[in-house]
Design a protein around this ligand. Structure first.
Ligand SMILES: [Zn+2]
Length: 452
């Protein structure tokens, strides 16, 4: 039987680093750094309290028990990405433990979740094996990470991918994580096959690579076992280009690291009231909310899925449904057209300039035929970007000019269907920036003239 366990590192969505005031966003290497995250002697860490709140929320989301008293530890080892020669992490008293997160009908147990600082980013010139030197970018040094450790409850790479997708979806919904950040989710993957030792593949980023690394390990270990060879306990590296894992070192045991408690950060105590408050902020989770929307508003699953892809979008939906009784209509405009338009602009609803109030007005205008649907579908594209409905009606001259292009097609015998067909073509030519009723009048005028 194959057993797979994950140690998932997720960068928390904070503006500043875990122990200093440097920004977590930066463009050029080694610009968002200070004596603290560069590990200068004498510098003292200053805890970012926002990171604690976010980590507790993640623990609650994963159904973990939350400790009301915890602290930080130093994990001491030498590695070039670690300026201080130790990483501030949590070893003994992690923020959360003993949780679970389900995928389909399977429950994955969460052993623990803890908060730690990210080391610097190592950039290899070429592959890890033939790189002559490495470059270090300390912008990432000190970025808050949560590490989620699962029990070895996965049996194949597919389950892992489903789990990670759901995890990302949930973390983004709660605004704990921003997937657009580079290297924002990384995994250490433990794979063991019956009859062999556990092998750890370190630091694989991106779901596709994680899947490939697992599949490769299963194949490699099965082949070795079939040949009667032993699988030794070791740590391996996944080469993304070659799609294979390479042995790095025999797996370090806990004794290889010196753990001591971090003396510069006092013990953190969280009262029950605070946990209750954070629980309320976490609130209803995406899948629960989706089920409720389907039942309460009788909308289909597909639209409900799109609507709960973002918390603000789901809030917008329920806000609009308070005033517009046609839930199908609201669902279609938010789950379909608005969502598409957001994707097209590559932003979230929370990043768009559209307010709930303005969007409700927009829907009401469509509902009351003040804006026709075709025009609205055009307008929504710029609406999400600018936050304003910009209706530019074509000038009378422009409209006349386009109509004259269809002059020959407007025969005295033209019926209703024919007229609508021409209106459609004209609207398309002028990007729907005209009132179809006006166009109809103009066409009928020409028709009359011709029949005289
Ligand atoms: Zn710093």
């Amino acid at each position: 039987m194959t057993k797979i366990g994950l140690e998932i590192h997720v960068a928390l969505n904070t503006k500043t680093k875990l122990f200093c005031k440097d920004s977590t966003e930066s463009n050029s290497p080694n610009t968002s750094v200070c004596p603290i995250c560069l590990g200068y002697p004498g510098s003292k860490p200053q805890l970012n309290k926002k990171a604690i709140d976010l980590a507790i929320k993640a623990a609650l989301m994963l159904n973990c028990k939350v400790r009301t008293k915890f602290w930080f530890d130093r994990k001491i080892y030498f590695y070039p990405d670690l300026a201080k020669n130790f990483q501030i992490t949590q070893h003994e008293a992690t923020i959360g433990y003993d949780g679970h997160f389900s995928i389909r009908n399977k429950e994955i147990r969460i052993r623990e979740i803890h908060l730690e600082e990210d080391p610097a980013k190592i950039v290899y010139t070429g592959s890890i094996e033939n790189s002559k030197y490495v470059l270090l970018d300390y912008n990432r040094s000190g970025v808050p990470l949560i590490e989620i450790v699962t029990e070895p409850d996965f049996s194949n790479s597919n389950e892992v991918a489903i789990f990670l997708r759901k995890l990302i979806r949930y973390l983004e919904y709660l605004d704990l994580f921003n997937s657009s950040r580079e290297g924002a989710i990384r995994c250490d993957v433990n794979v063991s096959i019956e009859g062999g030792e556990r092998v750890e593949v370190k630091n694989v980023s991106g779901i596709e690579n994680i899947k490939r690394a697992i599949d490769y390990e299963i194949l490699r270990q099965t082949t070795l076992l079939n040949k009667g060879e032993k699988i030794k306990r070791e740590t391996r590296h996944f080469d993304e280009t070659l799609g294979i894992t390479i042995g790095l070192r025999s797996k370090e045991t806990e004794e290889d690291y010196g753990y001591i408690y971090e003396p510069d950060i006092p013990i953190i105590k969280i009262n029950e009231e605070k946990i209750e408050k954070l629980k309320n902020e976490v609130g209803e989770l995406p899948d629960q909310r989706k089920e409720r929307l389907v039942l309460q508003y009788k909308i289909n699953n597909e639209l409900a899925t799109a609507i709960v892809s973002e918390r603000d979008l789901a809030d917008l939906f329920e806000y609009c449904c308070k005033e517009i009784n046609d839930y199908q209509f609201v669902a279609k405009w938010i789950g379909n057209y608005l969502k598409k338009s957001l994707n097209w602009n590559n932003i979230k609803f929370s990043q768009s300039k559209v307010t709930k109030e303005k969007f409700l007005e927009f829907l009401k205008d469509i509902k009351n035929n003040k804006i026709n649907e075709r025009e609205a579908k055009e307008l929504i594209k710029t609406f999400v970007d600018s936050g304003e409905i910009v209706r530019v009606e074509s000038s009378k001259e422009d409209i006349q000019k386009v109509i004259s292009e269809f002059y020959d097609e407007i025969s005295p015998s033209l019926n209703e269907k024919g007229i609508n067909h021409i209106i459609g073509k004209i609207l398309k030519k002028i990007n729907y920036k005209a009132d179809p009723k006006e166009l109809k009048k103009l066409i009928e005028k020409i028709k009359e003239e011709k029949s005289k």
